[in-house]
Ligand binder design. Structure first.
Ligand code: KIV
Ligand code: ZN
Length: 564
């Protein structure tokens, strides 16, 4: 902002709470969760959900494990009313799920709401009125505190009167001083205590006091102070579930909720992926998975986040950002070389350690949780662009294509492949990486091509053997013979006989190629150029391990003598 713009704004006042307790507390258990996707989320959609879409979404929320679901504002619109009636009349609400309905503290709306819930087994009736000085002044035309408190009191009395009109429904009562986030604490308390006085909750029949962070005006620590202050001062605290309902104007919905729980709240309202007015509501998925990542069970199942995201995106017509915690396309992906290296080392080490101790705690650099726990595969963890390193490329070749390259081969292959990504200026796909590796390093046949190879084990002492081979060099086909203590050694001597020995073999490794066709073997041969001393790796793939080694040697030789 420009300096002249900044002058418009003022600091937000702190809460006088010198003996605050929340900073030294930790979260040890999950709160009661309430999804407000079908209300707060829906009212914020450019195209609100249809009844059929809401029915589908409701089933999804039940399957996740929500036991409290705000199903809408049934007095506000026919679709909302109809949706609720379908849930009740078609017996769609599981026995362990309680629906919640929202209504302003206005007489005709409250009466209509009770008509809407008739027949439900259990329902939370949630009334609210706005309490902040700003709302009192601007929206309610300079209403006094007393006038605003009386709105809450009248609404609460009417609700108390209407409860007996739905004798087959167990009604749970909820009150929100809307705009709590910028209401004077003593006044928010006055309104809440007035409602508590009318509804007379008991520890056996609790009511809910919801303290909404309707608009985030300040930092999460001040929100936590406000919650702790309320928890200390509310009447009948043991008969209340204190509920949080954060929005995300400052991008701190999750932080405010977590600190609010430390400050003593029992319940959390929010939406999947933070859908909702303006910058959204609290992202419940985020908070629940944060808890899981500290070993806390939440009762919510987010083990297939990608499918959930797809359903959510289809029904809400919203999109989830690529960097969105836990669910975004890129959040378990490393492009940077150093991150890739560390992740690869972490995953490899974990593979080894879990053999000894399957319950060993998760500890992989850069990954706060195991992506598989939210239905993500390791395949997407490492992706290759020009920022990537040798470790990441080795990881892809290993995990995607089954090539377990010798460590000293990584730099050569890595710089070739990320050099390609750099030249292209884009990310390379896993298939493309495999193709590049094949084209550049595997079974190279030009200028030197091994056409035939036989081993003769007879007539030599001390395990020596003879090889006969036909090679093609350019257009010329040549046959030769060589002896050595193994096939590679024998072939090296054959090349020397033919005058092609311009190197020495400095390293060799072979492996069974995972995922290769019919148990192919892969071999890697490193040669050193006799003149320059340069080291070059080649790779061979063949059903026979011997031939794989020879092909690797020929590949390395061809890399040493590229055809112009
Ligand atoms: O954000 C808010 O204050 C609300 C209330 C109605 C609870 O959604
Ligand atoms: Zn809200």
């Amino acid at each position: 902002m420009k300096p002249e713009s900044i002058q418009k704004y003022r600091p937000f006042p702190a809460v006088e709470l010198p003996d605050r307790q929340w900073p030294s507390r930790t979260i040890t258990h999950a709160p009661i969760w309430c999804s407000v996707d079908l209300r707060d989320g829906n009212q914020a959609l450019p195209i609100p959900m249809s009844v059929e879409e809401k029915l589908e979404f409701f089933d999804v929320l039940c399957a996740i494990g929500f036991k409290q679901i705000e199903v809408g504002f049934p007095s506000a619109a026919d679709t909302e009313f109809l949706f609720l009636r379908r849930l009740i009349d078609e017996n769609r609400i599981p026995d362990d799920v309680t629906i919640q309905v929202l209504v302003q503290t206005r007489e005709h709306l409250i009466r209509r709401t009770f008509e809407a819930i008739a027949g439900a087994r259990r329902a939370i009736v949630h009334i609210y009125n706005s309490t902040s000085p700003l709302q009192r002044r601007v929206t309610f035309g300079d209403a006094t505190r007393e006038q605003i408190r009386d709105i809450a009191v009248e609404g609460a009395k009417l609700v108390r009167e209407l409860v007996p009109t739905v004798p087959h429904t167990e009604v749970v009562l909820q009150y929100s001083p809307e705009s709590f986030s910028d209401t004077e604490l003593d006044f928010a308390l006055e309104c809440c205590n007035a409602v508590i006085g009318i509804w007379q909750p008991t520890p056996e029949k609790k009511m809910i006091i919801n303290l909404p962070d309707t608009v985030q005006w300040t930092t999460p620590n001040i929100h936590a102070d406000m919650i702790e202050w309320m928890c200390r001062h509310l009447d009948r605290r043991d008969s209340l579930d204190v509920s949080l309902h954060t929005h995300n104007d400052r991008g701190t919905g999750t932080a405010a909720t977590e600190l609010g729980l430390m400050a003593g709240a029992d319940r959390v309202e929010g939406t999947l992926f933070g859908n909702g007015e303006r910058t959204g509501n609290l992202d419940i998925v985020n908070v629940a998975l944060n808890m899981n990542s500290h070993g806390i069970a939440t009762g919510l199942d987010f083990s297939d986040l990608t499918s959930l995201r797809h359903v959510y995106e289809r029904i809400t017509r919203m999109t989830v950002g690529e960097r969105h915690p836990y669910v975004g396309e890129l959040v378990f992906t490393a492009f940077s070389g150093s991150h890739q290296d560390a992740i690869k080392k972490g995953l490899d080490r974990r593979d080894r350690e879990t053999v000894e101790d399957p319950a060993i705690p998760w500890a992989v650099p850069y990954l706060t949780i195991d992506p598989q726990d939210v239905g993500r595969s390791y395949e997407a963890i490492i992706r290759i662009n020009s920022q990537s390193g040798k470790g990441g490329i080795a990881y892809i070749l290993d995990h995607e294509h089954g090539f377990d390259l010798p460590k000293t081969m990584h730099p050569q292959v890595g710089s070739y492949i990320y050099g390609h990504a750099d030249a292209e200026g884009r990310e390379l796909g896993n298939e493309e990486i495999g193709d590049l590796f094949f084209e550049k390093y595997v079974n190279l046949e030009s200028p030197l091509h091994l056409l035939e190879f036989e081993l003769d084990h007879t007539g030599k002492k001390d395990g020596e053997l003879t090889c006969h081979a036909t090679v093609k060099m350019g257009d010329e086909v040549i046959r030769g013979t060589g002896c050595g203590n193994g096939p590679i050694n024998a072939f090296v001597h054959l090349l020397a006989e033919l005058g092609y020995k311009t190197f020495k073999v400095t390293d060799y490794r072979s492996q069974a190629l995972r995922g290769g066709s019919d148990a192919d073997s892969a071999a890697y041969v490193q040669i050193q150029d006799s003149e320059s001393g340069a080291l070059l790796w080649g790779c061979g793939v063949d059903p026979s391990i011997e031939m794989a080694g020879l092909r690797a040697l020929v590949s390395a030789w061809n890399l040493q003598h590229p055809t112009p």
